[in-house]
Design a protein around this ligand. Structure first.
Ligand SMILES: [Zn+2]
Length: 397
């Protein structure tokens, strides 16, 4: 692997990336990306690598200066230690030279798009840790620890560096657009806003924020759910292709009783029995009874992409609603003026007026809420526009 060509364009990796195109028919970006990353993770045998081992290897190779650059030979040294360790445990699955070559190829494609032959130490760490095996929150903890200072706190710049390195993984697969583009500023801002704009956050605050599955990072928790669902068998039948038991993710309708869909039908957007695509569904990645599942995971399992899809509809419906309310409001405002000023107010009229006043008050409150919501959407729109502007600038360069 001394020549540049082998480093960047390993034939096995080229084949792998081409095979990922099959997944482009998966409708939801978070799943599509996560399934692609899962395939990559397995091809690189990183699904066998414990987070703890990864961290130990970094220590062993004295990779403590995150800001420093590391050359190809040192990356190879580190990867050789990792894969030799894996070979001891999984003889038939790990071919050390092939894995080292492929993983090096992946790292360079992700973190050295300028082909300088060097990557940042932190990028190497974030990349390998993101794809290692372990519990999700444990992974968040390790990632945070990598970028945090000696006080185990993280400021905006450090969080930005972490998110930047992480988002390069979907970016390399051409999947960055769905996660807010390569601009991680809005994510950093949202994390610190949630923590009252304090200058630094703790690991707990970071994990609490990650639990909300922020748009830029949602592919990571989904990757863990994809892995968990692989071996899941659910005692249910797919209403569309009749697969029984359902293997993988199982989706259950919240609108229709006893309506289950398997993952391949769900991802390709097939429906039956007048079930609409936008109806809310619950996702199960492990086979448990509905009751137990909700007791254990009160929030987990809803589609991470649902909010995005709803957001689009919400914006239009809110605008229509807002226009209607404004019109009603105006009409109400004009009516009293239109009535003759000397008309005697009967008791019946008085009670009608009171009702109208109460209703107008409610409408005003509702309008206030809608206006606040519009403001949020407008801000979001501005952010998107600035991202678009930046992308255009990049294209022009
Ligand atoms: Zn099916």
């Amino acid at each position: 692997h001394e020549t540049q060509t082998t480093c960047w364009d390993h034939p096995k990796m080229t084949d792998l990336f081409q095979s990922l195109a099959d997944l482009n028919n998966v409708r939801f970006s978070a799943y599509r990306t996560a399934i692609k990353i899962r395939r990559l993770q397995k091809a690189l045998c990183l699904d066998l690598l414990d987070l703890n081992t990864t961290s130990e290897v970094f220590k062993q190779h004295k990779l403590s200066q995150n800001d420093q650059l590391i050359g190809v030979q040192d990356v190879i040294g580190c990867l050789t230690t990792i894969y030799s360790g894996l070979e001891e445990k999984h003889k038939d699955m790990v071919n050390v030279p092939l894995c080292v070559d492929m993983c090096l190829n992946w790292l360079l494609n992700v973190y050295d798009s300028g082909r300088t032959g060097k990557i940042r130490v932190q990028s190497l760490k974030i990349g390998l840790m993101s794809l290692s095996k372990g519990l999700l929150e444990e992974k968040y903890r390790y990632l945070f620890k990598e970028v945090a200072g000696p006080t185990e706190m993280c400021d905006q710049r450090q969080l930005g560096l972490l998110l930047h390195d992480a988002i390069q993984i979907p970016r390399q697969l051409g999947e960055v657009a769905a996660f807010g583009g390569s601009n991680i500023e809005p994510s950093v801002r949202s994390c610190f806003q949630q923590n009252h704009n304090k200058p630094e956050i703790t690991v707990k605050q970071f994990i609490d924020w990650m639990r909300l599955e922020p748009q830029s990072m949602v592919w990571l928790p989904v990757l863990h759910r994809v892995a968990a669902a692989e071996t899941a068998k659910h005692q249910a039948k797919c209403n569309i292709c009749k697969e029984c038991p359902i293997v993988g993710f199982r989706y259950r309708s919240l609108k229709h009783f006893n309506y289950d869909v398997c993952q391949s039908c769900f991802f390709s957007g097939r429906t039956a029995k007048g079930h609409k695509l936008h109806y809310p569904m619950v996702e199960y990645c492990i086979p448990v009874s509905t009751k137990k599942y909700f007791a254990k995971h009160p929030r987990l399992g809803y589609l991470p992409v649902q909010t995005v899809l709803e957001g689009d509809n919400l914006e239009t419906s809110l605008q229509i609603e807002y226009e209607q309310l404004k019109e009603q409001h105006l009409r109400r405002g004009i009516n009293p003026l239109a009535s003759p000023p000397d008309c005697v107010v009967s008791p019946q009229h008085a009670s009608e007026d009171a009702e109208l006043i109460a209703e107008a008050k409610l409408l005003r409150q509702h309008k206030g809420r809608l206006e606040a919501r519009m403001q949020i959407l407008e801000d979001h729109n501005k952010q998107l526009e600035s991202q678009l502007h930046r992308l255009r600038q990049l294209l022009e360069q």
